[in-house]
Ligand binder design. Sequence first.
Ligand SMILES: Nc1ncnc2c1ncn2[C@@H]1O[C@H](COP(=O)(O)OP(=O)(O)OP(=O)(O)O)[C@@H](O)[C@H]1O
Ligand SMILES: [Mg+2]
Length: 251
Amino acid sequence: MEIDLERLHSVGIVTPNAPRSLIGDEFRIIKRPLLRNVQGRGAAEVQNANLIMVTSSLPGEGKSFSSINLAISMAMELDHTVLLIDADVSRPSVLNILGLPPRKGLMDVLTSNDMQLGDVLLKTNIEKLSLLPAGTPHPRATELLASDAMNGLLAELAERYSDRIIVFDSPPLLVTTESRVLATHMGQIVMVVESNKTTQAAVKQALSTIESCPVKLMLLNKSQHTSAGSYGYGYGYGYGYGYGHAPKENQ
Ligand SMILES: Nc1ncnc2c1ncn2[C@@H]1O[C@H](COP(=O)(O)OP(=O)(O)OP(=O)(O)O)[C@@H](O)[C@H]1O
Ligand SMILES: [Mg+2]
């Protein structure tokens, strides 16, 4: 699939070969501790560190935007192949944001006996990035995401693609329960928090639903003040990063 990189750049997404940008710098900071865990260079060994879910408490906080940026930013590293999965199956948006038409994907693999993962993975013109779309809308999408078939698929992903980083765009934690189920399989979770909007109570409640995941990173999105500090940008959206359990040196 040919992603229109110029268009992507114009909607604020990191792209290869683009000039240095604030968003590029911010995602370089955001991905670093995640990659460290994938490479086994973190403070402690993290199981399935290559399975990374991007979630949030509530809708619209920036999960899809962040997961796409994260996946592309990681794919731009020399030694990482990345698979971006649209696991927000009842409200998919990854292909749409990338400017691509709907395609078969996750739902189709989960509902069909003769369709394999390999049949629906999409290669892109971003060399190390492939996509697994959400696929054909299904009335029981939510249940399918928490099904045994999905568990099997996650096990297959963890085993067959253990050398890849797999980024999951997912539904919000406080609206439905499927993200919480997905979370139990993940090595790392990036929790997007919309600045000046999502309350601390909501964030705390959401965090309590993903306690089982060993690594949880918080990403403050749509902040007017970037906490990246040294860049000194006073306008636009910025990202800040908060850490659940990661040691300070990871920053
Ligand atoms: N850092 C950012 N800078 C600029 N725009 C952003 C940023 N993050 C999110 N947005 C915009 O905010 C809106 C919601 O973002 P997005 O679709 O990524 O959220 P979401 O959490 O995936 O939502 P949903 O719960 O509906 O899936 C979009 O219009 C997106 O372009
Ligand atoms: Mg989304």
